[in-house]
Design a protein around this ligand. Sequence first.
Ligand code: SF4
Length: 270
Amino acid sequence: MPKRVQSPSSINTFKQCPRKYFYQYILKYPTKENIHCVRGNIVHEALEKFFDISVDSLESETYKKVLSSHLKDQFDGAWKKASKRLQRVGLPEDKLTFYYLDSTQMLANWLNYFFDGIEKGVSEGLDLQAAFKKIAPFEIERQYKDPELMVRGFIDVIHKDGDTITLVDYKTSKADEWKKEYILQLGIYAVLYEKEHGKYPEKVALWLLKHGYRELGVTPKMVKDALFEIEQIHFATESDSIGDFRKKESGLCKWSTGQCDFYDICRRDR
Ligand code: SF4
């Protein structure tokens, strides 16, 4: 049995740079807070808590206002709760304001899409509450861990439409593209889902909060690639010796506004 539990993040870190994986996942050196990670966590929390609302009292004339205000409250609460982490990022006030406003815009994009879904349900004859429930997630923030594969993952949202299951991951990144690491991440989720439920999900999707909803059918190739990468990471990380984790130098070591969290240690080590 492999000795380390892996995740899509650890696998992607290894692929980016094995030495970085060694510092982060074997020596467990702390990583620095960065705004993209903190902001991503805040937005995820707001979207998760959005669905705590009781929909029974929603009315067609006012539901958009009520839901907009509810989502904004969740976001503001999560932003406030993360204030110490935001401070540790060390950005000037105007930059933090930029990220605050940028995040509210992302949530507004998502909510407009959600409203379109409600209206579609209503136009098909559902009442408001049923239309809301039809497009609300089946599950939120579900953790999967397979003891045989030694892999775990947190799936942001699972949608169920009849027999069709879609696994969704929220992204706050700028790019409007299916990056290879996103396909691998969702492929791993599909594998974990199958291990638990005995069937693969039909689809995986990215909610690119800056751009919109993008989905793909789960294919045998996606599953095969995910299983291959899982096997590879276990094989490549059996060792505890730094010499077995090569440095993969790239533009991600140092760039104009920052550097890898382990840059200084890495320069020192052979
Ligand atoms: S500084 Fe570069 S080579 Fe060193 S751990 Fe970071 S990414 Fe890898």
